[in-house]
Unconditional design. Structure first.
Length: 270
């Protein structure tokens, strides 16, 4: 199977798996996102196993497929459980997304196409590894996989720590554990995870356009994380902005990148 055909089928797989967003549009970038990453990774692995020829398959593909499945399954599972069990979160989600308003079908369709292409681009380094051949310089792939594991671990710990802290004090943002490092450690973990995916594929990008796709995918997910942090800060400012402890916390804790003194993405009212 040719590279473009493989990418086209992968895009279709991602589109089917994230189509849950037509039920609730925020799912395009949350639950459907996890489904697409997990299912897309498994599709690439199955395709590689089914059409395996000499030099097109390696154990690196297995490790990446496991990572993508673990990432997507954890994300979608966590979000589903949180929404089902947490009535307060459902209310916050509805308020944040304007769920009461009807979104035109063509707008949803546009979002659907965009995210399907984006998720395909994010998964593309694994496709390039399969189609272009292994070229096994083991060092960079292993470094990339290690970075991705760190990112997945950060996200998992951040979500667990936030849930635990909100149970104890639901009227304050999480401030302990990883939240001492940055205010959005789960978003930081997401950036780390996809940085690892990009690094793991460096040895298999065979053409300029492949570099462009991989770089743009990393830039896009980084932008989305910063945008998500900005929207989260806006909501938190509205809920906790008058609390001295919240003000002190946000004044000294970077919002998304450790050790980088970017404390706010929302302009304060004068």
């Amino acid at each position: 199977m040719g590279l473009w055909a493989f990418l086209g089928i992968l895009c279709a797989v991602c589109a089917v798996l994230c189509a849950v967003g037509f039920y609730k549009f925020v799912y395009f970038l949350s639950i459907g996102y996890g489904f697409a990453v997990a299912g897309g990774g498994l599709f690439i692995l199955i395709g590689a196993l089914t059409h395996m020829t000499e030099g097109t398959f390696s154990w690196i593909l297995i490790l990446q497929a496991i990572l993508f499945f673990a990432y997507g399954f954890r994300l979608s599972g966590f979000l589903l459980i949180r929404e089902i069990k947490n009535a307060a979160y459902r209310k916050t989600l509805k308020e944040a997304t304007g769920d009461e308003k009807k979104m035109p079908v063509f707008v949803k369709a546009t979002i659907w196409i965009f995210v399907s292409v984006l998720y395909t681009a994010q998964l593309s380094p694994m496709v390039f590894r399969y189609v272009n051949g292994t070229k096994e310089d083991i060092i960079l792939p292993l470094i990339g996989i290690a970075i991705s594991i760190c990112g997945l671990t950060l996200e998992s710990l951040a979500d667990a720590q936030k849930s635990a802290q909100k149970k104890v004090n639901p009227n304050m943002v999480a401030t302990k554990g990883l939240y001492k490092m940055v205010r959005c450690p789960n978003y930081f973990g997401e950036i780390v995870f996809w940085t690892g995916v990009f690094v793991a594929g460096i040895t298999v990008y065979d053409a300029v356009w492949q570099w462009i796709v991989a770089v743009l995918a990393l830039i896009a997910i980084t932008y989305i994380m910063f945008n998500g942090a900005q929207r989260l800060e806006k909501r938190q400012n509205g809920r906790y902005g008058n609390m001295p402890e919240y003000q002190a916390y946000t004044a000294k804790t970077p919002i998304i990148l450790p050790l980088i003194p970017i404390y706010h993405l929302v302009k304060k009212d004068k």
